[in-house]
Design a protein around this ligand. Sequence first.
Ligand code: SAM
Length: 204
Amino acid sequence: MDPRRTDYLEAEALYSEQSLRIGESYVMHEWERPLIRRMVDDLALTHKDEVLEVGFGMGISATMIQQALPARHTIVEPHPTVLQRAREWKSGRLGVQLVPGYWQSLEGTHKRFSAIFFDPFSDDMGSVIEENLGFIKFASQSLLNDGGRLAMFCIHPWLDEQYQQHIFRFYRRVEISPVHVKVRETEDPTLQSEGRMISVILHK
Ligand SMILES: C[S@@+](CC[C@H](N)C(=O)[O-])C[C@H]1O[C@@H](n2cnc3c(N)ncnc32)[C@H](O)[C@@H]1O
């Protein structure tokens, strides 16, 4: 999401059992759970990890990350209603820090992490690749410790060439796992690949 966007922050956020909708867009779905599970498992978190999570959404990944009892768990989230949900979720959990704002606001901070879970949202599909490539580079240069890992995913079962070029420039190893999701209730974003996606772990 373009960090200059204020309309997104003003749009109404509606939670249901099955999804999170903000304005006209579905931002997160319960059916994405197997993908999130795969990504968190592939990160192989331990209690020594200092984790950065980008985007709280429905808190599905946040809850799974907490099961590893990481030393620190920082969540960056821009939407006020989602942040309020995250504050309620955080209650009673130790080592969790909420940072209001877009991930782009982390530029210039000096915190370093051993693991990153990257799952933001954008309703502007044209800018998604650019944002993801920007984060892949920024995470390697400014957020991850040496040996740190970044979890992300692709909505189809292959890694686009633009990603490969960036990844091979800024990381030393890539792990890919296939995941099959069953899309329900909304327009199918995986139409091209019939629910087959990949979890991608980048090792700095
Ligand atoms: C797909 S949801 C995250 C779902 C979450 N992983 C879960 O398991 O429920 C995306 C979240 O990222 C937030 N977001 C959008 N743009 C962002 C950005 N640039 N930086 C950080 N968070 C962002 C959205 O407000 C939303 O809460």
